[in-house]
Design a protein around this ligand. Structure first.
Ligand SMILES: *[C@@H]1O[C@H](CO)[C@@H](O)[C@H](O)[C@H]1NC(C)=O
Ligand SMILES: *[C@@H]1O[C@H](CO)[C@@H](O)[C@H](O)[C@H]1NC(C)=O
Ligand SMILES: *[C@@H]1O[C@H](CO)[C@@H](O)[C@H](O)[C@H]1NC(C)=O
Ligand SMILES: *[C@@H]1O[C@H](CO)[C@@H](O)[C@H](O)[C@H]1NC(C)=O
Length: 582
């Protein structure tokens, strides 16, 4: 090649690179400008109130968000073929089901926390900050209901989070974080309207007040009035594992976006203590259901469930590793926990066809005795299939990954099968087959296949199930969540069919004249419904149903990590120029 043309090529390559660099730095500085504006509103690390109330126990040295790990994180999603089309008919039905509820909320309960789907009124019990509205923002965006989205954003950016709008004496830091903070952050990550980030930071600052205690552990049910009156506070002596252990994703994302490390610092103090005490419990690797933030005792206790009051603590461990783009600490915590869970908590119930299904129980330890497994299954435990699948991707190089992935699939089969189980008459089960007495989870899969109040006692319970401790189904998402994650990871289209029949069952059983309502008794669909439609029906359940029928790159698990309220937070992407926000 002649010298001149070589120089020409070098020059062209250099100028293309220069233009790219320029575009990149411009995009970067745009973000920085956002951050700058945010800072100039007058907040800083010590004062957390606009009116100058100072902290009693200020932090003297802050931990920063750790840099991305060196290892390239494994891909999560299945390599779907380029032309994998959405299942338009199905997702349109889901979208209409959502829209019907949204319109009902807008008409009958606008700006309240929740719609009452029977009475047609609103009610408040999450601080009165319009929980359903904030929780549903990103679903509106994802379902391409942009007009409704922007209408709701205009309202969301005016909410005053400095004080509850109700006379509640304590607000739940956990619920406020996963529903409101998660909702605002995800909406910002999707649409980029800086006002949503300001609002998230304002809420983050308000919540930060709950950490103003001598040991910086948060007060899980927090009296905001006391705090703003300037009175000193201490952390409670009891908190559930999930309440204190699953604030990590939202606070970390807030620090990433605002470049203010105080939010990350606040949760890092909690997680460092959990990491240190992980092997000191009666069930090493797991933490007890109730812990003591006041004394920072996170290991004394004898009940070790992975369902209610514990679930999102475990769920957030692999998710933090994904959000941070690799983290030795979270990867180690997760792999230690999952070993203990697989060994001690999962069990195989006896069912007539010897099907290989797994369910999650609850471990109890007793002084001087071998740990016992309480064989009760609950719907919240259904999230475990999704967690094991995601975690399986994370720990790719670990020797036990294959069995974990396999476990995840079998655990999920357990969730889906609960639907099938009810079809079998109880008396087809030979006596003695029933190795374990297990209770019926309030899975959405169960509803709809039981035919009204005509069912006999014999039909009311699925085979292998001996009692129902909680007959409610409150429109929970955990089963479809696991099925959605497994679908995105395995590409198995049978999961879409399973999801569709689950959706039809739920829709048939919970629809009211204006929206959808919780069931008081899944074994008797003629029983009166409850006048409740939790905000997670719109933020989680219907979102996962919509996404499983959508094209696989709509909210890809390789670009987003879902918080435990199904709010997608954008993950750091490793690109040609280093790390950015994809
Ligand atoms: C600061 O704001 C809180 C709530 O907004 C209020 O209760 C308190 O009196 C204010 N303090 C001062 C010094 O203005
Ligand atoms: C806890 O035990 C596991 C396995 O025995 C080990 O891999 C892990 O590093 C331990 N964690 C701590 C904090 O000591
Ligand atoms: C299972 O439940 C039945 C009825 O409640 C009870 O009689 C039986 O002892 C239980 N079996 C076990 C193994 O707990
Ligand atoms: C739900 O109801 C529709 C219409 O009544 C019916 O066709 C469908 O089979 C029902 N689905 C389930 C799972 O019950």
């Amino acid at each position: 090649m002649p010298r001149a043309s070589r120089r020409h090529i070098v020059f062209s390559v250099a100028s293309v690179a220069f233009v790219l660099l320029l575009t990149y730095t411009q995009a970067k500085s745009l973000r920085r400008q956002d951050v700058y504006t945010l800072r100039s509103t007058g907040r800083n690390g010590v004062c957390n109130c606009d009116n100058g109330t100072t902290e009693h126990y200020p932090v003297l040295s802050f931990q920063s968000v750790p840099p991305p790990g060196r290892r390239k994180l494994p891909r999560i999603q299945h390599r779907f073929s380029k032309n994998t089309a959405p299942q338009e008919d199905r997702r349109e039905v889901v979208k209409q089901a959502f829209l019907r509820c949204w319109d009902a909320y807008r008409e009958h309960a606008w700006l309240t926390d929740e719609l009452m789907p029977l009475g047609g009124r609103g009610k408040d019990h999450f601080g009165g900050w319009a929980a359903t509205l904030v929780d549903a923002l990103d679903t509106l965006w994802i379902m391409d209901l942009k007009e409704q989205f922007w209408e709701a954003v205009e309202v969301a950016v005016t909410i005053d989070f400095s004080m509850p709008a109700t006379d509640e004496t304590g607000i739940s830091i956990f619920e406020t974080t996963i529903r409101y903070l998660g909702g605002l952050l995800a909406a910002y990550d999707l649409c980029g309207d800086i006002r949503l980030l300001y609002k998230a930071a304002e809420l983050g600052d308000a919540l930060y007040g709950a950490f103003d205690t001598p040991n910086r552990m948060p007060i899980s049910y927090w009296d905001m009035t006391r705090a703003t009156d300037g009175r000193k506070q201490i952390a409670k002596f009891q908190a559930s594992l999930a309440d204190i252990g699953s604030l990590t994703l939202e606070f970390t994302r807030l620090s990433q976006l605002t470049k203010d490390r105080k939010y990350y610092d606040a949760i890092a103090r909690i997680m460092d203590a959990f990491a240190k005490q992980q092997n000191a419990t009666d069930m090493p690797g797991m933490w007890p259901q109730m812990v003591d933030p006041n004394r920072m005792d996170f290991h004394t206790g004898s009940a070790f469930p992975i369902g209610a009051m514990a679930d999102s603590m475990y769920e957030y461990l692999p998710k933090m590793a994904f959000l941070l783009h690799g983290s030795d600490m979270y990867e180690r915590m997760y792999s230690t926990a999952v070993d203990a869970i697989v060994e001690n908590v999962l069990f195989r119930p006896m069912v007539p066809d010897e099907a290989d299904i797994l369910m999650a129980g609850k471990v109890h330890t007793f002084l001087g005795q071998r740990p016992g497994l309480e064989l009760s299954v609950e719907h919240l435990g259904c999230f475990a299939g999704g967690m094991l699948a995601l975690g399986g991707r994370l720990l790719e190089n670990d020797a036990h990954i294959d069995s974990t992935r396999d476990l995840a699939r079998r655990l999920h089969d357990g969730a889906v099968r609960q639907r099938d189980l009810v079809r079998v008459k109880r008396d087809t089960l030979a006596r003695g087959h029933q190795k374990h007495n297990i209770t019926l989870p309030n899975s959405p899969g169960v509803v709809g296949n039981i035919n009204g109040n005509a069912v006999s006692d014999e039909l009311k319970l699925p085979v292998g199930m001996t009692s129902v401790t909680n007959k409610h189904y409150i429109l929970r998402p955990e089963a479809i969540e696991s099925i959605f994650i497994l679908y995105r990871i395995t590409g198995d289209t049978a999961l879409q069919d399973a999801a569709w029949s689950m959706f039809e069952s739920i829709q048939n059983a919970t629809r009211t004249h204006i929206a959808n309502a919780a069931l008081s008794d899944v074994t008797d669909l003629a029983a009166p419904k409850m006048d409740e439609m939790e905000s997670f029906w719109l933020s989680e359940t219907l979102k996962y149903f919509y996404l499983i029928f959508s094209e696989p790159d709509l909210i890809s698990l390789d670009e987003y990590v879902f918080n435990t309220e199904a709010h997608p937070l954008r993950r750091l992407q490793r690109g040609f120029w280093g790390f950015g926000w994809g």
